[in-house]
Design a protein around this ligand. Structure first.
Ligand SMILES: Cc1cc2nc3c(=O)[nH]c(=O)nc-3n(C[C@H](O)[C@H](O)[C@H](O)COP(=O)(O)O)c2cc1C
Length: 198
């Protein structure tokens, strides 16, 4: 039973891959129920393919907060509106996708102290992508509350169309790690609400 209310904190899963044929969107959908349950929070999906940011085209440094483009203001709102974010990232050539770095670089103050953790995926769990991303999240001073979750995607989990046959068993195979990280995020959010120091 869904025990969340409109008062519950809002977590946004940021889907970092934007390829026309991809699996990040499928994994995000399968991750919503276990994360919402463990964190006791509302969970929305923010798909960077829909946000559709061009390569960073703001004339001023994002740290100045003087955005000129409508797409930047819209993206800023999306992030500001979240109590926490989860970065869902594939591994591309030992790192995380340019689409995700671009989206991060658009903003600055919006990220500061925002609770977060990383879910990476790939043939071996995407750990190199998560490590790279983690160093950036630390640099922009996000509040990384849990170790990264690494989803292993066996080759036979893909159909001939390049999509996952079923994302649910992949998430289920990592249920313990997903639950632990999401619980930590939910706990952190409740402590913040109650004014408990981290
Ligand atoms: C450009 C590119 C580079 C990749 N590099 C890696 C890699 O370094 N390690 C890995 O395990 N898988 C790698 N893969 C396989 C991806 O993990 C797999 O295609 C996954 O489905 C990508 O996520 P997406 O479908 O959401 O874009 C790569 C895929 C692409 C498209």
């Amino acid at each position: 039973m869904d025990s969340t209310t409109t008062e519950s904190p809002l977590i946004k899963i940021i889907v970092g891959s934007v390829r026309p044929v991809r699996v990040g969107d499928q994994l995000a959908a399968a991750l919503v129920p276990p994360i919402a349950g463990a964190a006791q929070a509302r969970v929305d999906i923010v798909d960077l393919a829909d946000v559709a940011l061009p390569l960073l085209d703001e004339p001023k440094m994002p740290a100045l907060g003087q955005y000129e483009k409508a797409h930047t203001l819209a993206w800023s709102e999306i992030v500001m509106d979240a109590d926490a974010v989860i970065f869902l990232t594939p591994q591309y050539n030992g790192g995380y996708p340019a689409s995700l770095k671009n989206a991060i670089d658009y903003l600055f103050h919006e990220w500061r102290d925002k609770p977060t953790f990383i879910i990476s995926y790939g043939g071996h769990g995407g750990g190199m992508s998560a490590a790279q991303l983690r160093s950036v999240l630390d640099f922009i001073r996000m509040d990384v509350v849990a170790d990264s979750v690494e989803l292993t995607l066996p080759r036979d989990s893909y159909g001939a169309d390049g999509r996952l046959i079923d994302a649910q068993p992949i998430v289920a195979a990592h249920a313990g790690a997903v639950r632990a990280a999401a619980s930590a995020l939910g706990r952190g959010l409740r402590n913040r609400k109650d004014g408990v120091a981290a």
